[in-house]
Design a protein around this ligand. Structure first.
Ligand SMILES: [Zn+2]
Length: 504
């Protein structure tokens, strides 16, 4: 390696490390804000977050960083760089180009708009006032369109937005996989709704002691192999996981006294995100590759643990008696009743309350609407009617108000267009990974039935977790399962599961 390149490499790595340090500091500040920071400190805290974010942005868009990248890219093949360094250069180049293409003034305006729009959305949702929110949403769409122009439209304009959350994902690919899902899940949901064998859920609605719920959640996290010396479990209104480094991955949950499994499944979900971040190889620590490779793959890991494992019959064959023993006299049902009661499918209006099956239809609706906005020029004014038509068509339900319709999610108010598909991609990836795991890991379901979950964590570590961002989502799914993303795995998984539960 030439001296000039070696020098550039060192400066480049130092800067990346610094950016990572800013990220860690900001991560702690955000975690603290969301887990009980004193209200009176909010203004000072916002100021500190603003200052650190500003510095970090300057660092990641500096002309020097651009020069080092250019030197390291000379010759095209990054001669002399290790695989990790090459990937780091490529990822940094992508972020760098994205950031420097937006004029700082425009970005500043947008940040202010997005924060106004989010608080306007909160108000609008509370008062069922879409008209009050509409002008803000229209502006957020306008700015997003400007960003697409500056970044350069990919195959379609919406592709440019998808790529932010799921690198390499396109409308062409999503039309293919979502088309396959929609055509098979809509009739499956209808067959389930028509089944006379509807599970009983009344036993779930009692007052369940919060401390015992917490105790059991901690126990299950331990069973999954969550490392408590590299993390902690706290409470927050909206559960989340935050990976500061593999040695510090924190999660939160929310206990509902009238629901014995809501906090538990939430904990398992965030625990799945956390296992991913805790088990990234140490060679990636201190680099921006030390995180999940995409939102969709991240979501596949949380949903694999929550749904495929946590809502399975073998899991409850093993753990139900233990759960029962923590709530004496309260869970007076059989393991079969319990399992079925926790796997109810019901078309509904609210995405975050949806079951494993209909959840995907909520996502497909949002995906189709985002496509209409950015590829067909749909306006904010058109959205409530579009929304209601699609809910009627796919789920057979009609919202009584915009508050439980088009206003239910925060994402669009803050400009997070292109994010929604990640959730369903996560379900599809999870089912496809699970299919491979069942074939490769001897006696997979027996392990679950025995409460021997560590070999499962180990398999995921070897095949997925350890690579962090070193592999792209499409490389990962191809390498692990030997095939590109295929929606059929999720369809088969859901069909088998609900055929049994609803006796179809
Ligand atoms: Zn998640």
């Amino acid at each position: 390696m030439a001296a000039k390149q070696a020098e550039a490499l060192q400066s480049f790595k130092e800067t990346i490390k610094k950016i990572k340090s800013y990220e860690e500091a900001l991560g702690v500040l955000y975690w603290d804000l969301r887990t009980g920071a004193p209200r009176k400190g909010m203004d000072a805290r916002s100021e500190a977050i603003g200052a650190l974010s500003g510095d970090m942005f300057k660092l990641s868009t500096s002309p020097e960083l651009g020069e080092w990248l250019a030197v390291l890219e000379e010759g095209g093949t990054n001669a002399g760089l290790t695989e990790i360094e090459r990937r780091l250069v490529a990822e940094t180049r992508k972020d760098y180009d994205r950031s420097v293409k937006i004029p700082p003034q425009l970005y500043q305006e947008y940040v202010v708009l997005a924060s106004q729009s989010e608080s306007k959305w909160e108000e609008a949702k509370e008062n069922n006032d879409y008209a009050g929110f509409q002008p803000y949403l229209e502006k957020v769409i306008q700015y997003t369109n400007q960003f697409i122009d500056l970044w350069g439209a990919k195959e379609t304009r919406y592709d440019t937005l998808l790529d932010q959350y799921e690198p390499g994902m396109t409308v062409g690919e999503l039309d293919r996989v979502f088309g396959g899902l929609r055509s098979q899940l809509v009739p499956l949901a209808a067959a389930i709704a028509a089944s006379p064998h509807q599970p009983d859920t009344t036993f779930l609605r009692q007052k369940y002691d919060k401390a015992s719920q917490k105790d059991f959640s901690l126990y299950i996290l331990k069973q999954m192999g969550y490392d408590f010396e590299a993390g902690r479990l706290d409470e927050s209104v909206h559960p989340f996981a935050t990976g500061l480094s593999p040695g510090d991955v924190r999660i939160t949950t929310r206990y509902l006294e009238d629901d014995v499994t809501s906090a538990l499944f939430g904990t398992i979900h965030e625990g799945g995100h956390a296992l991913y971040e805790q088990n990234i190889m140490k060679e990636l620590i201190g680099t921006t590759l030390c995180t999940g490779t995409s939102m969709g793959i991240h979501e596949s890991q949380s949903r694999f643990w929550e749904n495929v494992i946590g809502r399975s019959r073998p899991f409850w064959n093993r753990y139900f008696a233990e759960l029962q023993s923590r709530f004496p006299g309260q869970l007076d049902v059989t393991v079969d009743q319990f399992y079925r009661g926790n796997n109810v499918v019901q078309p509904s209006l609210i995405r975050i309350e949806a079951d494993e099956l209909t959840y995907n239809l909520h996502i497909i609706i949002r995906y189709e609407m985002e496509k209409l906005i950015f590829n067909e020029g749909a306006k904010a004014a058109d959205l409530p009617a579009l929304w209601n038509d699609k809910y009627k068509e796919y789920l057979g339900v009609t919202a009584a108000s915009d508050a439980e319709g088009v206003l239910q999610d925060v994402h669009w108010s803050g400009g997070a267009f292109g994010y929604f598909p990640s959730y369903s991609l996560g379900n599809m990836y999870a089912a496809q990974f699970a299919d491979t795991m069942e074939r490769e890991l001897q006696g997979f379901w027996q392990l679950v039935e025995d409460g021997n979950l560590l070999p499962i964590k180990q398999w995921l570590t070897e095949r997925i977790y350890k690579y962090g961002k070193l592999r792209s989502p499409s490389e990962l799914i191809q390498n692990v399962t030997g095939k590109p993303l295929d929606p059929q795995y999720l369809v088969t998984y859901l069909t088998n599961k609900y055929k049994d539960i609803y006796k179809l």
